[in-house]
Design a protein around this ligand. Structure first.
Ligand code: MFK
Ligand code: FAD
Length: 504
């Protein structure tokens, strides 16, 4: 009997296939902006499919290799990356994946447009979305400091479209004694030099994309007696180059690369800072507040990564349902299977709309067009979305894996890569509970205003959805508001309707 092979699941041009994304852009962007953006995204979707996705697989197959000594016994601490990884860096510059947000060609819509490109890029980036997140965060910090003259070159490079100039940045916060409790766990000391620069001494326990050109990091400035202020008020923010013009490390030793469950395409190193030359860029003792600008951007990137990963898994799952036969019919004709897919689709759509809302608000804030309410809402939604979608991405990846049956578990399908990479999304950039505490921080700092704005926004959305002008009783409002993420999801479509739509 002739064996029958099932076709493998595939996605086509991700932009053209993403009907929710396209309808969102159509509804929200001004027509002129839409016209230009549409052309670019269609072209980018084709480039992703034909050129970038194969590079992504190459990155997975050729993870970075650490060489500590050369053949003659000299310490070199070289991190070898594959050519596909280096090509991702060039592509990121060519596509303006950071530049777009800072050039502001489309005013407040530039940030949203950048986020859409990053969302399309993420699942085909071979892990390069990680350095891009930190690069964006570093550019944001420098911009928020008014782009001082000494950082102008760095800013220009981080936001460059020229692959030869483009830099990526690391974000070195975590130390052995604390990744969540950075304020008490940071032991790195900064000693001032006669020329006004500093030398940093300490150990950074997790440094991702360690092949980056520069980094922002925290340290405690030692006084004349060598004493440091402890706690959050003792931390200051520093800029440093990882290597000099000749490629020598800036008084840094690489202890080793982490052996990770996922994100294996990208080097995460343990670094000894042994007098690394650095520049103080925040006010003394304001390091955490200054790096928060980076945190909030990288957390948004985390949301982008989560939504993109869910989108990829569910799109593949939907495609597979059109190809795989069980019990004499395609999976798509089994209502129970389609209900499972529809449940995931609701999750993706809800998360996508939440992401769009956040980057819309960020775009307004960055062009001074956001009202005070919108700024408060943004402050609240970033940690909420990061913590929620981080968890969601893991759950959806596990569910989606099952939808491919045994094949979902097979390494060479690439599906386990998506699952492994999704699992980190709830850990890095602040764990779920740390982010829930950040929600409380935003509440306390605004004296409850973030919640008032949130409740009134949810109320307005509910009224819009139900078509009634009447206010609900206060208790019901509160309950509905607390379940607001579910409301976002409900807005994306009911499970039942989707089950039928997807099976059609
Ligand atoms: C798909 C791609 C995804 C991206 C991947 C990138 C690779 C992975 C990189 C990493 O994982 S980098 C490491 C990430 N590390 C963290 O996220 C740290 C988690 N811990 C926290 O977030 C803690 O809450 C924190 C370190 C911030 C606590 O520090 P403190 O000093 O105990 O907090 P404190 O005293 O409440 O706040 C100090 C100041 O910062 C306050 O300002 P003021 O002094 O003016 O009042 C806070 O308001 C401000 N602040 C803290 N968090 C803020 C913030 N401001 C705005 N937004 C925030 N989120
Ligand atoms: P801990 O802070 O020890 O937390 C352990 C557990 O305790 C967590 O579940 C946490 O939620 C919980 N917990 C801690 N405090 C509280 C509290 N107050 N209330 C309730 N629960 C609490 N860091 C960088 O700086 N730069 C990087 O480039 C980087 N890359 C990374 C790459 C990968 C692949 C991974 C896995 C991590 C990376 N990290 C990086 C580190 C990451 O940011 C930290 O691991 C993370 O912030 C958690 O810190 P921790 O590991 O010290 O855990």
């Amino acid at each position: 009997m002739e064996a029958l092979f099932q076709e493998q699941p595939e996605t086509g041009n991700q932009y053209l296939e993403d009907t929710l994304l396209r309808s969102y852009l159509k509804t929200h962007l001004p027509p002129k902006v839409l016209e230009e953006v549409h052309q670019d995204l269609e072209r980018f979707g084709n480039r992703l499919l034909t050129k970038i996705q194969p590079l992504s697989w190459e990155c997975e197959q050729n993870p970075p290799v650490f060489q500590q000594y050369n053949a003659w016994g000299q310490r070199v601490d070289h991190i070898h990356t594959c050519s596909a990884w280096r090509r991702m860096k060039e592509i990121s510059a060519e596509e303006g994946l950071i530049a777009e947000a800072y050039e502001k060609r489309y005013s407040n819509w530039s940030r949203l447009y950048q986020a859409v490109k990053l969302y399309l890029f993420s699942s085909s980036s071979g892990g390069f979305s990680c350095p891009l997140a930190m690069t964006d965060g570093a550019a944001k910090v420098i911009e928020s400091l008014g782009t001082p003259g000494s950082l102008k070159n760095a800013f220009d490079r981080l936001t460059s479209r020229d692959p030869k100039k483009f830099w990526t940045s690391g974000q070195w916060m975590t130390e052995r004694r604390g990744g969540s409790d950075v304020a008490n766990g940071t032991e790195t000391v900064a000693r001032k030099q006669p020329d006004g620069t500093y030398r940093l001494y300490g150990f950074k326990w997790f440094t991702s994309a360690a092949d980056s050109d520069m980094a922002l990091t925290l340290a405690r400035i030692a006084d004349a007696e060598g004493q440091c202020t402890q706690g959050s008020r003792g931390l200051s923010l520093f800029f440093l180059r990882v290597r000099d013009e000749e490629g020598n490390l800036n008084s840094i030793q690489v202890q080793r690369l982490k052996d990770k469950l996922g994100t294996r395409q990208m080097a995460t190193a343990e670094l000894w800072l042994q007098g690394a030359r650095a520049e103080l860029i925040s006010a003394e003792g304001r390091g955490v507040a200054a790096i928060s600008n980076m945190l909030n951007i990288t957390r948004i990137h985390n949301v982008i990564g989560a939504v993109a990963s869910m989108r990829r898994m569910v799109s593949l799952s939907r495609d597979y349902a059109q190809k795989r036969v069980a019990f004499g019919k395609l999976l798509k004709d089994h209502p129970l299977h389609m209900q499972t897919i529809a449940r995931m689709e609701v999750q993706v759509r809800g998360a996508f709309l939440l992401l769009m809302e956040i980057v819309r608000l960020l775009g307004l804030a960055e062009t001074n067009l956001a009202s005070e309410q919108e700024q408060l809402l943004l402050r609240l939604l970033v940690p909420v979305a990061k913590l929620y979608t981080g968890k969601q991405a893991s759950a959806v990846a596990v569910e989606a894996m099952e939808s491919f049956g045994g094949q979902g578990y097979m390494e060479d399908t690439g599906l386990p890569v998506i699952l492994r990479d999704a699992l980190v999304l709830s850990i890095w950039e602040g764990t779920t509970n740390i982010l829930s505490l950040d929600v409380l921080r935003s509440l306390a700092k605004s004296q409850g205003q973030v919640m008032a704005v949130f409740l009134s926004t949810v109320q307005k959305k509910l009224e819009l959805a139900s078509g009634t002008e009447e206010l609900s009783p206060a208790m019901q409002r509160t309950r509905e508001a607390i379940g607001s993420l579910r409301q976002f999801m409900a807005a994306a479509g009911s499970e039942q309707a989707l089950t039928m739509e997807l099976a059609a």
